[in-house]
Design a binder for this molecule. Structure first.
Ligand SMILES: [Zn+2]
Length: 318
């Protein structure tokens, strides 16, 4: 595993120290390594702030086959999916940089090669799902495909995000997008097709992925939910950074309710009860992740939360 921070640190330690009277330039030469060491410390602190606030994001979870050629390779809190094909694999979500070695280990544990990752997709342009994308592209050479309205956020390392763009804690390495996706676009590889559904609101380009898997002759519709959440501080009324936010959420509810769903999954394990369902898997018959009623119930509950909050904000704005 490459660790650029460790490399930088070594460089500083081997740098000669100047002696004698300090010229301005000599002084600067000493200050620059100190400044960059401070920057490294700040970056490391940002990583641990995430980990402290959400310890389950970096807590390992056993990788397993969900159904057909679809596998779970995420942690307890951050969901990653591997879709395997004869022409290489598709990975959904890159998470924090700290998660990348864990994703790699999960893929290899299942008997696949991390280097066979040909396409990288995300649920939406927030650090907990996309901060590791630059690293994964470097390690695998995967093509990075992102929904149009999330592209500028990804390519600016989070700076153009309507809510978090000015919060240094939530910024990450800007990453070049190789293919811009539009609502309804298909991502095809080795006979498998994933469909990108624009389900905006949580981010402007929030994406819900669907595909079909075949297991024992049975075809199941898979839905990988982008995010139905209203984060703390989200303004639904008079939001100058995202004027159409409430309409976008409305669009999302319509889309989510129209999708046929057998296997219910999402960007975080707690959307669909990863921990509760995982131990219920059996060798034969009954896949706990086949949960069409759980999907409907979850969407209805989230929509209700949205309506309550929208009404509250409208009243407060009067
Ligand atoms: Zn998010």
């Amino acid at each position: 595993m490459k660790n650029p921070h460790a490399q930088k640190k070594l460089d500083h330690e081997s740098a000669p120290t100047s002696k004698g009277p300090r010229s301005f330039l000599g002084g600067m030469a000493q200050i620059i390594p100190i400044l960059s060491r401070v920057l490294i410390l700040v970056l490391a602190t940002v990583g641990s702030v995430f980990a402290q606030a959400n310890p389950d994001w970096t807590e390992p979870f056993p990788p397993f086959r969900i159904a057909g050629n679809l596998y779970y390779v995420g942690t307890k809190g951050l969901a990653n999916y591997l879709v395997t094909t004869p022409q290489g694999n598709i990975l959904i979500n890159s998470d924090l940089e700290a998660n990348v070695p864990m994703i790699e280990a999960s893929i290899e544990k299942l008997g696949f090669k991390f280097k066979d990752t040909k396409i990288l997709l995300i649920s939406h342009a927030h650090w907990d799902h996309d901060a590791g994308s630059a690293m994964i592209k470097e390690m695998t050479g995967a093509m990075y495909m992102v929904m149009d309205a999330d592209v500028s956020v990804v390519e600016s390392g989070g700076k153009t995000d309507f809510q978090y763009g000015n919060s240094p804690t939530f910024l990450y390495r800007p990453t070049k997008v190789d293919r811009v996706l539009h609502d309804g676009d298909e991502v095809k590889l080795g006979g498998t097709v994933l469909v990108a559904h624009l389900t905006p609101g949580h981010t402007k380009g929030c994406t819900t992925w669907t595909m079909q898997v075949t297991d024992g002759g049975k075809i199941d519709n898979v839905v990988i939910l982008g995010s139905p959440n209203l984060n703390p501080g989200y303004k639904l009324v008079d939001n100058s950074a995202y004027p159409q936010i409430a309409e976008d959420y409305e669009r999302m509810w319509r889309v989510l309710k129209s999708l046929p769903c057998d296997i219910f999954l999402g960007a975080h394990g707690n959307y669909f009860g990863l921990e509760e369902k995982y131990p219920l898997r059996k060798e034969e018959g009954g896949n706990p992740f086949v949960d069409p009623s759980g999907y409907k119930k979850y969407i209805a509950q989230k929509e209700q939360e949205f309506r309550t909050e929208l009404a509250r904000q409208k009243l407060a704005a009067k």
